[in-house]
Design a protein around this ligand. Structure first.
Ligand SMILES: Nc1ncnc2c1ncn2[C@@H]1O[C@H](COP(=O)(O)OP(=O)(O)O)[C@@H](O)[C@H]1O
Ligand SMILES: [Mg+2]
Length: 368
């Protein structure tokens, strides 16, 4: 059983009732005090005009007038009371109904039905509330959808290395595969891939939750570019891809996490190497433009088809699934890189004139 305090309708009715009560009481008091004085003044002037005493008549008149006023007050108060009942019922319905709808909808959403929406009626604060409610429901359903997809994607990514490992082990057990170093190296490669995937996933989940912790300091862009170049120089030589890094020496300092920016450069340079055939060339340049530092990594490799460009930063997205799987890519590198650059209030962009015509990735960072 709900108490009066829990009912909006009753609260509303009582607020009307109090206003009516105050109105009636103040009118009654005013009539009580003002009438005799007003009558007296009027009668006094009439007495002098007509001569003789009118005392008895005046008392009579005052009494009659007050009775009339009381009657009028009673009728008016009753009318106001009935109106209050109707108006509060109507207003309550108008207010309570949408609130109840939202309550029901929120219960449905809590139970996992994310498609629930409420009707937006009118333009008042309740309509605003309904709109915000729907917005919230929409965001929740998107989050849920992303979560579901992530789990599906992760399961899919785990499946391939796991089944490779399984068949390797089965081959060993059955004696189909020789128990020699080559076989074990294959197994080790699959395990490494799993390990890398798990590490990437860890990074990704942190990045997507906005929990990347940055240890920022003022650094020369050359610092992290050179670190990344030095670390990859041997791999570039192995594949016979030329690596050119020609940064101007007078670049302004930028406030970044050097470790993380190195990670981004390693990702971009690693991709450029992976997607550029032997004999190709990768160039790193930097320039200052409109108070921004732009660091570009340009390759003359396989390029990216224009239909794939908009998706390149989505997690697990690969243009050619089979090709990069053999290269060990999980399609997470660019997603993490983008998150890192954006955490620095910058942008990471990709451009390519088309298949086999190279690609250019650019880190754009504010230089202030
Ligand atoms: N320099 C590049 N040239 C051509 N394609 C690229 C390049 N960099 C990235 N890509 C494409 O973008 C996809 C996503 O890159 P990334 O997130 O680093 O994942 P991966 O682990 O596959 O390297 C790659 O699979 C590849 O198809
Ligand atoms: Mg990559």
């Amino acid at each position: 059983m709900k108490t009066l305090r829990q009912h909006l309708g009753w609260k509303l009715f009582f607020s009307y009732f109090i206003i009516i009560l105050v109105g009636v009481i103040s009118l009654a008091i005013a009539a009580e005090f003002v009438t005799p004085t007003a009558f007296n003044r009027h009668m006094a002037s009439m007495e002098t005009m007509m001569g003789g005493s009118m005392g008895g008549m005046m008392a009579d008149l005052t009494e009659g007038f007050q009775a009339a006023i009381n009657e009028i007050l009673f009728v008016a108060a009753s009318l106001a009371f009935v109106t209050a009942v109707f108006v509060s019922t109507f207003v309550t319905r108008r207010i309570v109904k949408p609130i109840q709808e939202m309550q029901t909808a929120s219960q449905h959403i809590a139970a996992g039905n994310y498609d629930e929406r409420v009707e937006v009626v009118g333009e008042d604060e309740l309509a605003d509330l309904a709109q915000s409610f729907n917005q919230m429901a929409h965001t929740l359903s998107q989050t849920e959808e992303r979560r579901r997809r992530l789990i599906g994607d992760v399961a899919h990514e785990l499946r391939t290395p796991l089944s490779s490992l399984k068949s390797l082990l089965e081959g060993l057990v059955d004696g189909v595969l020789p128990a020699e170093t080559g076989t074990f190296l294959d197994a080790q490669r699959e395990v490494s891939r799993l390990q890398r995937l798990v590490q990437d996933l860890e990074e990704l989940s942190k990045a997507e939750a906005g929990e990347l912790t940055l240890e920022q300091s003022w650094v020369q862009p050359n610092a992290f570019v050179e670190t990344a170049v030095t670390r990859l120089v041997l791999q570039y030589e192995d594949k016979d891809v030329r690596l050119h890094a020609e940064l101007p020496g007078n670049l302004p300092l930028i406030y970044v996490d050097q470790e993380r920016m190195t990670q981004v450069m390693l990702n971009l340079l690693g991709n450029a190497l992976q997607y550029t055939p032997s004999g190709g060339k990768v160039t790193v340049t930097a320039q200052v433009e409109a108070r921004q530092i732009i660091i570009s990594v340009q390759d003359d490799g396989i390029g990216i088809p224009s239909v794939s460009l908009p998706h390149i930063f989505e997690r697990f997205y690969r243009v050619d699934k089979s090709r990069s799987r053999t290269g060990g890519g999980s399609g997470i590198g660019l997603t993490i890189s983008k998150h890192i650059v954006e955490a620095h209030h910058g942008r990471l962009t990709a451009a390519s004139p088309g298949l086999n015509r190279g690609s250019t990735f650019a880190i754009v960072l504010p230089a202030d």
